[in-house]
Write a protein that binds this ligand. Structure first.
Ligand code: GSH
Ligand code: FE2
Length: 345
């Protein structure tokens, strides 16, 4: 019996011209998705459900500058682990891969190949004769090198020394194509890539890349920060940590998501002397009266002075079925003040 090939579905997001790849082993039904886009999350999720795929991994080739990733959503909704190149430096991930390290999808190993240059944290993924090249190698092109610590010399070395050494019949699946092309091969690109195929020198390549004068991606200022936290505004898993601290609160508080409340359950006197700006005072012992109203929030960050009262109220409210409370259980207002964060009186 011959083993079926690793199945690859190529999916397209038309605003950013991004290709997302759904890979799976038709035998075990285990799968992974590479470079999913937030806007097409529901579409891709539906395909995964229809095909009965157990999505083990959401894999990123790099922190994208032009669109927001759906990896965080895939983790949140179906528990996929987020895979990234370790060199990306992104913290909110589950599996950081270094050059040569692999993840297993059914019978297949998917290997990370570090290919920096477009960004300094780019990786490509290789499995079963297919190369998912991210924005390092594009069809008859390559990723630009003028932001996110990009560097043309580094990109030249990545492509020529790490990708052009793969066998000529390796199928190349890029992260984007702006001209409707879908796949290529290493052999084709070695011969026909106008930027570095046909034996173009490193210096020629650097010169060319330094003079592209491209407009910045339209969504770069929104996409890069969002992708640093894998596309959800805050890493949900951090809320589940036992020790959510006042420093964590400060990070969230700077850009508080809609539907969130910062709650202070110290006494009105303590509250009046200084509290987290925008916080609501619901003193310990009165939380039950407010349960219905509190239920209306998606997330409640609760602090007090030392964490003790916050823990008590969290327990009380959990009996009322409120499970969206993030309890700051071992620090409190004095720590906020000590750190020099703004205080409202
Ligand atoms: N017009 C696009 C720009 C896209 C863009 O710059 N894409 C990057 C990848 S993140 C790139 O390297 N493009 C290569 C090229 O245009 O040759 C947008 O606004 O999003
Ligand atoms: Fe990119």
């Amino acid at each position: 019996m011959t083993m079926p090939l690793l199945t690859v579905k190529q999916l397209f997001e038309r605003e950013s011209c991004t290709y997302t790849y759904l890979l799976f082993d038709a035998d075990t039904r285990e799968g992974a998705i590479i470079d999913p886009v937030l806007e097409t999350f529901e579409r891709d999720l539906q395909i995964i459900k229809e095909l009965g795929i157990e999505l083990l991994y959401a894999m990123e080739t790099h922190a994208h500058a032009d669109h927001i990733t759906a990896s965080g959503k895939f983790r949140e909704v179906i528990g996929a682990k987020i895979v990234y190149g370790k060199s990306s430096g992104i913290k909110a991930i589950d599996v950081p891969l270094e050059d040569g390290e692999t993840v297993q999808v059914g019978h297949y190993r998917i290997r990370a190949i570090e290919t920096p240059g477009h960004t300094n944290g780019c990786v490509s993924y290789f499995g079963d004769g297919r190369l998912f090249s991210g924005d390092a190698l594009l069809i008859r092109g390559c990723g630009r090198t003028d932001f996110q610590d990009g560097d043309p010399g580094t990109l030249y070395d990545s492509i020529t020394q790490k990708l052009f050494v793969l066998s000529d019949d390796t199928v190349v699946y890029p992260c984007h194509d702006y001209n409707g092309r879908t796949t290529s091969t290493i052999g084709e690109e070695k011969q026909w890539n106008p930027r570095l195929g046909g034996g173009r020198s490193r210096d020629e390549f650097i010169d060319l890349m330094n003079n592209l004068n491209l407009d910045m991606p339209k969504r770069i200022n929104e996409a890069v920060p969002a992708n640093m936290s894998v596309g959800i505004r805050f890493d949900r898993n951090r809320y589940l940590l036992r020790d959510f601290t006042m420093d964590d609160l400060q990070e969230v508080w700077q850009d508080l998501p809609d539907g969130s409340l910062v709650m202070d359950n110290r006494t009105p006197e303590e509250f009046a002397r200084g509290h987290v700006p925008g916080a609501r005072n619901i003193p310990l012992g009165t939380e039950d009266e407010h349960a219905d109203e509190l239920r209306g929030y998606d997330r409640i960050f609760l602090y007090c002075r030392s964490g003790r009262r916050a823990q008590m109220a969290t327990t009380n409210l959990s009996f009322q079925g409120l499970n969206q409370i993030v309890c700051i259980s071992h620090s409190g207002m004095p720590d906020w003040e000590k750190a020099g964060y703004p205080v409202e009186t």
